[in-house]
Design a protein around this ligand. Structure first.
Ligand code: CTP
Ligand code: MG
Length: 437
């Protein structure tokens, strides 16, 4: 018998209105460290664009039919996961909770199972790393689960496969007999819990939930997966996700995908984009004014009139930040450091630049170089050029920074000595591409 899709209880009990209680739960495992992505943070918290892998995954989950959502977070990152959950859940926040994961995926799923509500009958287990999985793909799995059968989405295997023994090819493999497994994987809750208890008792680690479920003697069926549900494992995968979000204009295209078949309109990222460097442009203008001394290009300039601004007014540093963020497609200075972030009020260049380098690193980008020019009558720059370049470069983890200065023949606000205008160009490089395994 198939259960009605989602609600088992709703309406009015003893005069108190009850929220509908979903009988489906989605466990989103996000407790891995992301060794192969190697982005300096647990994989789920690495940015694809201005949103993390986990946030994208949860956007898909909360756009699917209502379900209890259990996010399994790495130890120490429960608060960050909670923030992502709330941001994605909107009005469904009370359907979500965060639990702490274990040191294997299987233990993380087990921690998620422990947090299920009593009403839940169907459980989907989903990798946060499959961040662009569509709501339709999630719903299709949930709809296909029945009282005894597990359901997984799969993709056809495209490569020609060989059996090997060391360097010897020892035989062919008929790829029509094979399929690549994806998530979410859906199961009847009671049988999955029993299968997990049996796996725990046997001490065997399974590669996915379907294998664990099948080992307990239960049938598993497949439905067509969507290539959009690919797993982000390496920096190349992250770049593919970025490319997809860029080229299909994000959320609107996402909801248009049916996700239920290999014919979904997916345009795989051209391989070239994987390792292509990217350029970015930043400009900034500040007027002279206010108290204190001038800060420009990472240096203090005693005796020079200061520039006004939310921070120290260092227009050179600010233009560099915009160029770097722009190159990586990670928003702009206002988003990361604006007045909504009072902690940066009065901050100097090294704080902005160091944090920007970190934001880029978390998103999988290294800084190639930065070239910046300011227009202004003062200060006289060339005597301190080397010092400024060194300070800026040090704040960017050693990436070369060159700074040039020019006057404007008395023209414009810079020429009249009213302020300074800066233009910066930056080159960033996606982190090295590794083989997926
Ligand atoms: N996962 C988990 N707990 C673990 C290991 C993995 O919750 N102890 C989750 C990951 O967060 C991910 C999913 O399981 O969403 C699939 O794992 P994988 O892609 O291998 O992620 P990581 O283990 O983080 O990556 P790596 O193997 O490169 O370290
Ligand atoms: Mg792993």
């Amino acid at each position: 018998m198939r259960h009605p899709p989602f609600f088992v209880r709703a309406g009015n009990v003893n005069g108190v209105s009850m929220l509908p209680v979903p009988n489906t739960a989605i466990i989103v495992v996000a407790a891995g460290s992301g060794t192969r992505l190697d982005a300096g943070a647990p994989k789920a918290f690495v940015g694809i664009d201005t949103h993390s892998i986990l946030r994208h995954a949860l956007d898909g989950v909360f756009a699917a039919a209502p379900a209890q959502v259990v996010v399994v977070a790495p130890e120490g990152f429960e608060g960050d996961a909670e923030a992502e959950l709330r941001a994605a859940a909107g009005e469904r926040a009370e359907l979500g909770r965060v639990v702490t994961g274990g040191d294997t995926r299987q233990k993380s799923v087990a921690a998620g199972l422990d947090a299920l509500w009593g009403d839940v009958r169907t459980v989907l287990v989903h990798d946060a790393a499959r961040a662009l999985t569509t709501p339709a793909a999630i719903d299709a799995v949930a709809a296909a689960v029945d009282d005894v059968t597990g359901v997984i989405p799969t993709l056809p295997v495209i490569d020609t496969l060989k059996k090997v023994d060391g360097d010897d090819i020892v035989g062919p493999v008929d790829r029509s007999e094979l399929a690549a497994a994806m998530t979410p994987q859906g199961f009847p809750r009671d049988l999955l819990e029993e299968a997990y208890a049996a796996a725990l008792a046997s001490g065997v680690e399974y590669t996915d939930d379907a294998a664990l479920f099948a080992a307990a003697g239960h049938p598993v069926r497949r439905i067509d997966g969507s290539p959009r549900g690919f797993k982000i494992t390496t920096p190349a995968d992250l770049e593919r996700a970025r490319h997809l979000l860029n080229t299909d204009s994000g959320a609107s295209a996402r909801s248009a995908h049916t996700g239920s078949g290999p014919t979904a309109p997916i345009r795989p990222a051209p391989l070239l984009s994987v390792s292509m460097p990217r350029v970015g442009l930043g400009t900034d203008v500040h007027a002279f004014g206010g108290e204190g001394t001038l800060w420009l290009a990472g240096l203090e300039w005693p005796g020079e009139q200061p520039l006004s601004g939310h921070s120290d007014g260092d227009a050179v540093a600010h233009a560099i930040v915009d160029a770097l963020l722009g190159a990586a497609g990670l928003g702009d200075i206002g988003e990361h450091f604006g007045t909504a972030h009072p902690e940066y009020s009065g901050a100097h260049a090294e704080v902005f630049l160091d944090r920007t380098r970190e934001i880029l690193a978390e998103a999988g980008f290294a800084i190639g170089n930065v070239s910046v020019q300011f227009q202004g009558n003062r200060p006289r720059f060339s005597p301190r050029r080397a010092e400024a370049q060194q300070a800026l470069s040090a704040a960017l983890g050693g990436a070369p920074v060159s700074v040039t200065a020019t006057t404007t023949d008395g023209l414009g606000f810079a020429g009249r000595g009213k302020g300074i205008a800066v233009t910066a160009v930056a080159l960033v490089v996606p982190s090295s591409v590794e083989e997926s395994s």
